[in-house]
Design a protein around this ligand. Structure first.
Ligand code: UDP
Length: 484
């Protein structure tokens, strides 16, 4: 009976295994959640990274030192099944997911099954929503599973509507009119156009592996014990109520980076930088920002996965320069396709104006950049993390979505939340110049006021008693109650 007591005691320690999709956005998000959980000393967290991601994190950040202060935290790694030289960018998403399914998931299964007999048995799994294999693993091991979908709930909702869109004959599109409204995404009738659907809906062939994947994802996520979202009620309340009809246990805990800041402040912990970047951040742009006037700089970044052609790159450059606005531009290595390093033969007018009014870096400390008083706008690809980071800091946006949920996000930013301008599907210097002037000059005050209102709501949601604050509290309490 001493043995039985011992086992019971071991099982009463909450132990969460977190497994993100091995991409910058999800890894950043889930590491923030891991750190928020670790602040509760009774909760143990094991974070499962692919070897590739772990190596890059260790090379580019102080993650190792940062997490050393949490004795209840540990990293584990698995291979991702891809050759070392795979660029692991946006074009590779399908291969990345297939690699996880084929190579990493059997190891994950083994880990989960064996861990129930080890010193600290797992009591909860938190994994990316696209990892459909985890549902079966969790059920077999008898461990509660929470799916954390780090894309936008509004985007995920359109994924869940894909079967309806197919059934209604709305996809594949009939005819070429991308401005036609779609009616089969519940709650988005009236403003959702074909061009605002996730990029994969444009494929003429619905057998595409990605379509099959998202249909499968939709079926699986609603069977988990709960869904975690990086969003807040005041932003996406109506979408969230649609989700609650399918899966009542929803935890809204975003914006996660604001929640992190608020928690550190409330516990009087130093506001240390919490970078989870997979590229080395060039901090010199912060000094440059210090020298610019208030709200005068447009931040330009297309995130960690999107790419642009060389022609598009020059349209962007001319548009920015012709707008006469100051800009801080992230040119991620490899983000301009078919461009060799020394291939940027910039005409003199471009390089001279850029010297005067611009700053170019290969990777920026984005959260800090967006929080800087000189920033007045963000030309973004509308990735969900970037969107939330911008909203939290009250920075209006120009959206140039690339793929997946970004088309949906940018429609919401432009049309529903009125936090900026949607430039989707257009990339010419005249439009870019016009939109930059509209955001940064003509309608500057209007957009800044609107963005400030939404930022206040975001900050309130992570403050004591706010909806995301309560969401995280409830998540932590539920994790404590989960017993195998
Ligand atoms: N990011 C950064 N520095 C940069 C560009 C991006 O730290 O120069 C971060 C950004 O803060 C965000 C993440 O990378 O947290 C990008 O995630 P998002 O969901 O916006 O887009 P994705 O890269 O997944 O397309």
């Amino acid at each position: 009976s001493i043995r039985v007591q011992e086992i019971k005691l071991r099982m009463s320690v909450p132990h969460v295994l977190i497994f993100p999709l091995p991409l910058q956005g999800p890894v950043n998000c889930m590491l923030k959640l891991a750190e928020l959980l670790c602040l509760n000393q009774d909760i143990h967290v094991t974070f499962l990274n692919t070897e590739h991601i772990q190596q890059r994190l260790l090379n580019c950040t102080d993650v190792q030192i940062r997490f050393e202060k949490y004795p209840n935290f540990k990293f584990l790694t698995v291979p991702d099944g891809l050759p070392e030289d795979n660029p692991r960018n946006g074009d590779q998403i399908r291969k990345i997911i297939e690699g996880i399914e084929e190579v990493s998931s059997p190891l994950f299964r083994e880990m989960v099954t064996c861990a129930s007999t080890t010193e600290k048995p797992l009591t909860c799994l938190i994994v990316d929503g696209i990892f459909t294999f985890a549902l079966d693993v969790a059920q077999q091991a008898g461990i509660p599973l929470l799916y954390f979908d780090t894309i936008s709930p509004c985007g995920l909702w359109t994924y869940l509507s894909v079967p309806k869109l197919i059934e209604a004959g709305e996809i594949p599109f009939k005819g070429n009119d991308l401005d036609a409204l779609v009616n089969s995404v519940p709650g988005m009738e009236g403003f959702m156009r074909r061009r605002d659907l996730p990029s994969f809906c444009r494929a003429p062939n619905l057998d595409s592996r990605i379509i099959q994947l998202v249909i499968k994802e939709g079926k699986h996520i609603v069977q988990a014990q709960g869904l975690i979202f990086n969003t807040f009620e005041a932003l996406e309340g109506s979408i969230l109520s649609q989700f609650r009809a399918l899966c009542p246990n929803i935890y809204t805990i975003g914006p996660l980076h604001s929640q992190m800041k608020a928690k550190l402040a409330s516990q009087c912990l130093p506001k240390t930088a919490t970078s989870n970047s997979l590229w080395k951040e060039d901090m010199s742009c912060m000094d440059w920002l210090d020298e610019q006037p208030n709200k005068s700089v447009l931040f330009v970044s297309i995130g960690s996965l999107a790419t642009m052609s060389k022609a598009q790159f020059f349209e962007f450059w001319y548009g920015l320069v012709n707008s006469k606005t100051r800009f801080l531009w992230v040119q991620r290595p490899g983000s301009i396709t078919s461009l060799e390093e020394d291939d940027i033969n910039a005409p003199r007018e471009l390089s001279e104006s850029t010297k005067e009014r611009g700053c170019i870096v290969s990777w920026a400390p984005q959260e800090e950049v967006l929080a800087h008083p000189s920033i007045g706008g963000f030309l973004t690809h509308s990735g969900w993390n970037s969107t939330l980071e911008s909203i939290a800091e009250g920075v209006p946006m120009i959206c140039w979505p690339y793929f997946v949920d970004q088309q949906v996000n940018s429609r919401h930013i432009g049309e529903v939340w009125k936090l900026g301008l949607d430039m989707k599907d257009v990339c010419d210097r005249v439009t870019i110049e016009r939109m930059v002037r509209e955001l940064m000059e003509v309608r500057k005050i209007e957009f800044l006021e609107r963005a400030k209102q939404m930022s206040n709501l975001a900050i309130a949601s992570v403050g004591e008693g706010g909806s995301s604050y309560q969401g995280l509290d409830r998540l932590i309490e539920d994790i404590r109650l989960m017993k195998i």
